[in-house]
Ligand binder design. Structure first.
Ligand code: SAM
Ligand code: SF4
Length: 377
């Protein structure tokens, strides 16, 4: 029986996956400090996956039957996470940390991990991306442990649509989680929504109205080819320009004057549309973000470095190379040696993911083996 895997089989150090480009030249001795790459970028924003497990089955991420989960011993322990984050922050210039998964809330030692990270790095902004299931019970403890702020993923406010998209009837629990996060002081609360054609795209203006009323910052994310089912098609995905069009039926969007500063989301100020005219649109109600990774990519200003739940370094969501950091750590490597491996891994970060100008069938874009849940989005 073939098992569906969200996670490729373990690979040695920098061994390329089949079909990948050969590894580029090694990092030169005079390479810049920190997590620099060959194209002049420097990663300062770390995304760390706490687990590959999840209690939802979003159609754009996981198959209905789930994935084969990693064995417990393959996943980074709390102590290993603390050490890896410490190397990133203390030796390599990491300036912000986002905890993700899988679903970070399913990890039993989550609060302890955050408390230890906070103790080690009092000033570090630590955020978390979650599906919100169970957040109502943990929001206050997360805040007390030192979490700075939170992103909750929510694609629909309609029970039926939510259940269709996530394959679980948990809308009420997610809404309770969002409220609890706000009440606990985990703001600004950001809401991540992926639009799917014919399923929740028409709901985009009402999702925005809901977020604006409550002071949440909604961000629409273009669906990327990172679903375990490999069902993504360019024709079906809702593009950033379509999102702007959908919202413009009720709202007028104008570019947010604040610096984007490497943020994946392009932010817009939102005014209500009155009689179809920008001038008559009234006061700014809030902002909305659009993360157009596919059609308007921001690779040239990317500042992200990713660590998967089993301690592999991924320089890009679409990277075909994974470099094992945890294995080296478990062999007894020192911090400096681990830092150098991380630098080597980031040095070969691709210039761009390539899916904006070529089809999925084109030779220079191959959908990664990992699903979003197995990378850590
Ligand atoms: N389980 C948590 C959650 O859903 O928020 C954290 C992990 S999830 C992989 C992180 C983010 O990735 C979510 O906001 C989710 O909507 C987004 N995501 C997952 N699959 C995606 C895809 N194929 N394209 C775009 N975004 C995706
Ligand atoms: Fe789970 Fe998040 Fe993937 Fe949905 S997007 S299946 S909540 S990991």
């Amino acid at each position: 029986m073939s098992v569906q895997l969200g996670i490729p089989q373990p690979r040695e150090g920098g061994t390329p996956v089949p079909g990948a480009q050969p590894l580029p030249a090694a990092r030169p001795a005079d390479a810049p400090e920190g997590l620099a790459d060959r194209y002049g970028r420097r990663a300062t924003d770390m995304r760390l996956s706490l687990t590959d497990k999840c209690n939802l089955r979003c159609t754009y991420c996981m198959p209905a039957e789930g994935l084969e989960w990693l064995a417990k011993q393959a996943v980074m322990s709390a102590a290993e996470i603390i050490r890896i984050v410490g190397i990133g922050v203390d030796l390599l210039g990491v300036r912000e940390l986002r905890l993700t998964g899988g679903e970070p809330l399913v990890r039993a030692d989550l609060i302890d991990i955050i408390a230890a990270l906070r103790q080690a790095h009092p000033e570090l902004p630590i955020s978390m991306t979650t599906n919100g299931v169970g957040l109502d019970k943990k929001a206050a403890a997360l805040k007390a442990a030192g979490l700075t702020r939170i992103n909750v993923s929510l694609d629909s406010l309609h029970e039926e649509t939510f259940t269709k998209l996530t394959r679980r009837p948990f809308l009420d629990r997610v809404l309770a989680g969002v409220d609890a996060a706000w009440a606990a002081g985990l703001g600004p609360v950001k809401i991540n929504a992926v639009l799917m054609r014919g399923i929740n795209d028409a709901e985009s203006p009402s999702l925005l109205a809901w977020a604006l009323e409550r002071g949440y910052e909604l961000r629409f994310i273009e669906q990327m080819p990172l679903d375990a089912d490999h069902g993504w098609t360019r024709r079906d995905m809702i593009t950033a320009s379509e999102i702007r069009e959908l919202l413009s039926a009720e709202y007028v969007l104008s570019p947010d004057p604040r610096e984007r500063d490497g943020a994946p989301a392009e932010r817009f100020e939102v005014r209500r549309r009155v009689a179809g005219s920008v001038e008559a649109a009234g006061p700014v109600l809030g902002t909305v973000g659009i993360i157009a990774s596919v059609t308007e990519p921001f690779c040239s200003d990317c500042r992200r470095t990713r660590i998967t739940a089993e301690g592999k370094i991924m320089s890009c969501l679409f990277s075909r190379e994974e470099i094992d950091l945890l294995g080296l750590l478990r062999e007894g490597a020192g911090d400096q040696q681990l830092a150098e491996r991380w630098q080597d891994a980031m040095w070969i970060k691709p210039k761009a993911h390539g899916m904006d100008h070529v089809g999925l069938d084109a030779p220079d874009f191959v959908q990664p083996d990992r699903s979003m849940s197995a990378i850590g989005g």
